[in-house]
Ligand binder design. Sequence first.
Ligand code: TPP
Ligand code: MG
Length: 557
Amino acid sequence: MDIAEALIDALQQRNVRRVYGVPGDYVLGLFDRLEHSPIEVICTAGEEGAGFAADAHARLAGLGVAVVTYGVGALKLLNPVAGAYAERSPLLVISGAPGVRESDENNLLHHMIRSSDTQQRFFAEVCAATARLDSGRTAVAEITKVLTAMDRESRPGYLELPRDCLNRPLPWPLPSLPRPAGPPEVSPLQRQRALDLLDWMRSRQNPMVLAGIELHRFGLEDALQEVLEREGWPFVTSLSAKSLLNEQHPLYLGLYEGGAGPADVRQRVESSDGLLILGMPLGDIDTGIFTTRFNEVGKVQVEMERGLLWTGGDLDSLDPAVLLQVWRQAEAPGGAGAVGAIEAPASHGAPAARFKAEADTPIRVRRLVAALNAVLSPTTVLLADPGDALFAAADLRLPAASDFLASAYWSSLGFALPGAIGAWGSAPPEAPKRPLVLLGDGALLMSAIELATLARYRIPALVVVLDNGGFGTERPMLDGPFNDVQPVDHVGLARAMGFGSALRVQLEQELDQALASLLAIDDGPTLLSVALPKDDASDVLRNLTAALGRRVREGAS
Ligand SMILES: Cc1ncc(C[n+]2csc(CCOP(=O)(O)OP(=O)(O)O)c2C)c(N)n1
Ligand SMILES: [Mg+2]
């Protein structure tokens, strides 16, 4: 066995069936090896696309892989990998590199910057661990080190493979890789504090859980659901954790977004006398730009980095995984459940009704969301780019089992379209996924090359473009010609990229029919370009940009 085989074997042991990448001379040998293995290589149009595809795949399947060439290819991954670091997604980068022998002989090899470890040092900043596979003796230990750190932190990793090292032999047979760690060990102190907190929550008049994205990244959804159902506690989620649990669940009250979200959900959350903020780092986007007004004495926070933060006593080591482990094993509460029937806030409302188009009415964002709500299916993976695509998507109520992916905290444009490639690619053949991509006209221009990849692999995605003639999110903060984008014939663009069907709509009655006809096509991608008024925006976008605009204008004046 040699290094390339060991690497491919390690990926297979982790159930990786597809990887994403763009070849170059430093990595062609590895592409050839992958081509002759059971792993399928999805060739994206650009490396940024490969990175976002692998990120989306990682979010859904636990490990996603991007394979690229040295320097020019790898550095185009820095944005997706930084986003995966910030949003805790286990994305593995495999980069080719100049051969060890040729670098010894000559310094001026194309794509090289400064010294042979410069690229690895860039990635060290945005990865849980990095390694260079240049020795058969250490390769397996290095691969194991990187994958183990990725599991522990749920963050990216980096492996660099010099092109003359692929066939370096391993001196001993490949061992089985350690499996991802099981449930955490719990110390007596952790257990005691977790049980104290459970008693406290049970003693509250209005207990509630505000659930965040870490619960998804560390696979804690089932544990959370079990505890919520046993205790009868209602829950809300942050925007980035949208659809963490079934959004049709009777205990679900909606999305909480501080001052940016619906007032009635906010009132319920902020008046709780037992609010557990669980696995949710309090970043600006998830808190409606820091407009939360929690009831400070009735609030407790438990998160990965800082553990338990509670007036009853902090404990660094009590993270969400440990807490839920103890709670899961705790005895059920005595007597009837503490909480009576849960009444959902009006804004959360009833499950989506049929969309009834108004005659001769131009489409507005709110109505586009209503129309989409009526066509979501359990196999939908919704991907939304920052801009009103993301903020309006907050109002969609997803069916059970469907997923929502967004670069919500990192907020990079250009995630959603290539993310659809990875969302599709992560699904096993027996349970296929249909991506629904929502993105603005600006975001489309940044990622349009990946339309070709959707067409090449006949991925059954529906791409919905919210065309408001530019950077609508930025206009209320500070406007100028820099917020305009070139008007583009989206239908012509999609067809040129190989889409069989693409439509443009302006009126509600066209929207209805267009969605039905495009969703009926499932053997390749389709695109719907939706003309929206330039000054139209969702309520969430208006509220967020009002808060953010004050900060922007303070800096500009
Ligand atoms: C890679 C990247 N570049 C720039 C930005 C800043 N930015 C945030 S929203 C936005 C406007 C996006 O325009 P569009 O996709 O048309 O969506 P809209 O705001 O009009 O809904 C920009 C430029 C960003 N988030 N990511
Ligand atoms: Mg726009």
